[in-house]
Design a protein. Structure first.
Length: 323
């Protein structure tokens, strides 16, 4: 009987994703161009104070994500070197990563606080600001860390396997909703700053020279549609997968193809928005790209298709092989 190969596409994909997680965090950790930014904002003292508090709190908790990336990267390297990793070790590594990741997101509490404060201004459009800024920021700064901590607590080899799986799906689904809310809010903010709001996208298509104008800014239109609609569709699909996960009792019950679809789709979203800037944006560079590329610590997820595709293909192979 032929010996099974150790280096499979799935394992190589895992190594690649964890390496991307580590390298992106390493880069963010030691990119210090933001230091002193608040001193350059002499026009508005209150705004400078806000930037100072937000930057410092985020920088401190980024250290915890850096620790999480080191733990994950080291564990995978040990796994590849020894070609095995004990079950208790896997659980322990995953729990530490989840806890440190949760602490990292807590660094945005200051941002959530200042965002909520803006609600007291009489000039604020309450409903719009709640949807675009307050709710997304509060969810990612408070709700997401809580869910990560719960998942870490539930991830225990002595607890039923289905409990860990269910909370894994819940956590992943919340991540997607956070990305949908924050990125859609960022796009709407960019369009509103232009004084055009959502109507800008409609005018892109309906004005007289629509074809030429859409061609000129097609990457903007595609990025908005994939963010506001396709990312939401993926989040809804993740909710469906989470509901189905309640029937999972053992590893063999997991639909790897479902996880593959989610990981691949989410990764392609990040990959597209990165490549659209590199290939197409050029002179049409705007605050959307500035935020997505310059302040986005989750760009490492553009490597997710390398993990998702092997899961998707392995599931199809199993379906063909089953009687």
């Amino acid at each position: 009987m032929a010996e099974q190969k150790f280096y499979t596409p799935l394992k190589v994909g895992l190594l690649t994703v964890v390496t991307a997680y580590f390298l992106f965090t390493l880069h963010g950790m030691f990119t210090l161009s933001w230091v002193g930014e608040w001193n350059r904002l002499t026009v508005n003292h209150n705004f400078a104070t806000t930037i100072f508090v937000e930057d410092i709190s985020a920088a401190i908790t980024l250290g915890f994500r850096f620790a999480a990336s080191i733990i994950a990267f080291s564990a995978v390297l040990v796994y590849f070197a020894k070609k095995k990793l004990s079950k208790p070790t896997v659980y322990k590594v995953a729990r530490w990563v989840l806890v440190f990741e949760g602490i990292y997101w807590l660094g945005l509490v200051a941002t959530a606080y200042y965002t909520v404060l803006v609600l007291s201004r009489p000039t604020v459009n309450l409903l719009s600001y709640l949807l675009v800024s307050v709710i997304p920021t509060v969810v990612e700064a408070i709700i997401l860390p809580i869910i990560l901590f719960i998942f870490a607590f539930k991830l225990n080899p002595n607890k039923p396997f289905k409990t860990s799986v269910r909370w894994g799906f819940i956590t992943g689904t919340l991540y997607i909703f956070v990305f949908w809310m924050t990125n859609t809010g960022s796009w709407i903010g960019v369009l509103s700053e232009r004084g055009k709001g959502i109507q800008y996208l409609w005018k892109e298509v309906t004005q007289v020279n629509g074809i030429e104008h859409v061609t000129l800014h097609l990457e903007h239109l595609v990025s908005f549609i994939t963010t506001a609609f396709l990312l939401l569709a993926l989040a809804i699909y993740a909710v469906y997968a989470t509901m189905k996960s309640s029937h999972i009792e053992k590893v063999q019950d997991i639909k790897m193809g479902t996880i593959g679809v989610i990981l691949t789709s989410l990764g392609l979203y990040f990959l597209w928005n990165y490549l659209s800037w590199v290939i197409f944006a050029g002179a049409t560079f705007n605050d959307w790209y500035r935020w997505f590329l310059g302040h986005n610590m989750d760009l490492w997820m553009l490597s997710l298709p390398l993990l998702g595709l092997p899961l998707l293909l392995s599931n199809k192979h199993q379906e063909k092989s089953s009687p």
